[in-house]
Write a protein that binds this ligand. Structure first.
Ligand code: EPZ
Length: 418
């Protein structure tokens, strides 16, 4: 397994271009299941998770061509089963459930099982499909869903769920009648999916708000579409400028997706300049400690919680970071402590007392966003940091070492001898 070796302490300066959003690419590729013919998608990042969903779609009989664009043809679907050995490597595989039931009248999708950051049940996805007339059984770890034709329904999600909203939007696109989703997720990735569905001929209104209306149609057609920039990758680079006291301009991003982070950076005394399709972050020599509470969009993203915690380890005082979305998303804390951070976890909150500096150390990545927080800490720390198990990083960041090297970082990806 590869490792990341970082010698920190240098302010990062320059411009960096973010890749397309992983969490928009996954549902959009799944939506191809609703169409017959070649879809062409642009700006899809070259990531492990994209490879995984490509393998999953191929296992269903779908043709997938990956290059600087991704082409997907679901003319002939030869299987409706999403097998455990694929689903367990990527929970977002659940996104084929809705489209398969809508297109094929049935689906057999492995339950994702738990993951490092929490139990992450899919009960809301299942209940919503049942309300749309699907018969759903859980058998030998698989979700078995059947419906001759789904019918429109009034769905209320008692928890705002991103992939739950996306799954039901896709299922409802071919259902008979109107579906209203209340307490829908408002993430930009949901909006991107709705745009693509409408381009396919669906009738989706209200994406980006907490009430989405979908009038079912009988058929959808293949399209060409682009994926939005990855706001979590962009946020990671913005935080890199703050933690290294550097000056980074993030290009090809959508600043309107960054309000919560921008406001926290400014509260921390870090300079932010907003442009049409770019954000420039200018670090300062001192970082004010701020409190952070994660929440569904447009709140502070849980996917940036670990990364802003790294910044707060060098804060001027005390910062309370509260994780409200997942129940176990503080695994980066023990690794940051090895680098000299001062953090105490109290239930859903972590109390971070700023220290003068972090010291490089061997650390271990535990999940995708925790790995990014360790990279940020390593870039700021004095001395050498070696991060193991960086396959976690490959799930959500494309060529991260190259991008940081272009900003002046001393970072190297090395093959593990063992
Ligand atoms: C999406 O996961 C993202 N993944 C996650 O990004 C992100 O952290 C999360 O949304 C929250 O923003 C993709 O979009 C592929 P949820 P998702 O359903 O949809 C509970 C990353 O790093 N819940 O919005 O799985 C759930 O346990 C990943 O890129 C139920 O209880 O998250 C959680 O506490 C990590 N029952 C909360 O809702 C359900 O049926 C929010 O989960 C569904 C969810």
């Amino acid at each position: 397994m590869d490792k990341m070796v970082i010698t920190g302490g240098k302010p990062l300066k320059g411009e960096v271009k973010v890749s397309g959003a992983k969490n928009a690419s996954l549902p959009i590729m799944a939506a191809s299941l609703l169409t017959r013919g070649w879809n062409t998608f642009y700006n899809i990042p070259d990531l492990a998770d994209i490879k995984t969903i490509s393998l999953l779609l191929t296992s269903l009989g779908v043709k997938v061509e990956r290059g600087n664009m991704v082409r997907v043809n679901a003319e002939n679907i030869s299987s409706v089963e999403a097998a455990y050995d694929l689903v367990r490597t990527m929970r977002a595989s659940i996104l084929v459930l809705g489209p398969l039931v809508a297109r094929m009248g049935e689906a057999r999708v492995s339950l994702p099982g738990g993951c490092a950051i929490g139990a992450r049940p899919v009960n809301l996805h299942i209940r919503a499909l049942q309300e749309m007339g699907a018969e759903v059984e859980l058998k030998e770890g698989y979700i078995e869903a059947k419906a001759r034709r789904l019918r429109g329904a009034n769905i209320y999600f008692d928890i705002s769920t991103v992939t739950g909203t996306e799954n039901i939007m896709m299922a409802a696109a071919l259902a008979d009648g109107t579906t209203i989703i209340k307490n829908a997720a408002r993430e930009p990735e949901v909006v991107n999916l709705a745009e693509v569905l409408n381009r396919m001929g669906a009738r989706v209104w209200g994406a980006g708000t907490d009430v989405i209306r979908i009038d079912g149609v009988s058929e959808l057609r293949p399209v060409e579409a682009s994926v939005i920039p990855d706001r979590i990758e962009a946020g990671t680079f913005m935080l890199a400028a703050g933690i290294t006291g550097g000056d980074i301009t993030v290009l090809d991003c959508d600043p309107s997706h960054q309000d919560a982070l921008v406001s926290k950076l400014q509260e921390a005394g870090i300079g932010v300049k907003i442009y049409e399709r770019a954000v420039r972050v200018i670090g300062s020599d001192s970082i004010k400690s701020v409190d952070v509470k994660t929440a569904p969009y447009p709140g502070f993203p849980t996917d940036l919680q670990a990364q802003i915690m790294s910044l707060m380890t060098l804060g001027s005082g005390l910062s309370v970071i509260t994780e409200t979305v997942f129940e176990n998303r503080f695994m980066h804390v023990s690794e940051l402590l090895r680098m000299g951070a001062d953090i105490v976890v109290r239930g859903a909150s972590a109390v971070v007392r700023g220290v003068e500096k972090l010291k490089g150390a061997p650390v271990m990545a535990t999940d995708l966003r925790a790995s990014a927080s360790l990279v940020l800490a390593g870039l700021a720390a004095e001395g050498k940091t070696v991060i193991s198990r960086i396959y976690h990083l490959d799930r959500g960041y494309e060529r991260l070492d190259e991008k940081f090297r272009s900003l002046g970082a001393d970072i190297e990806r090395v093959k593990d001898k063992k």
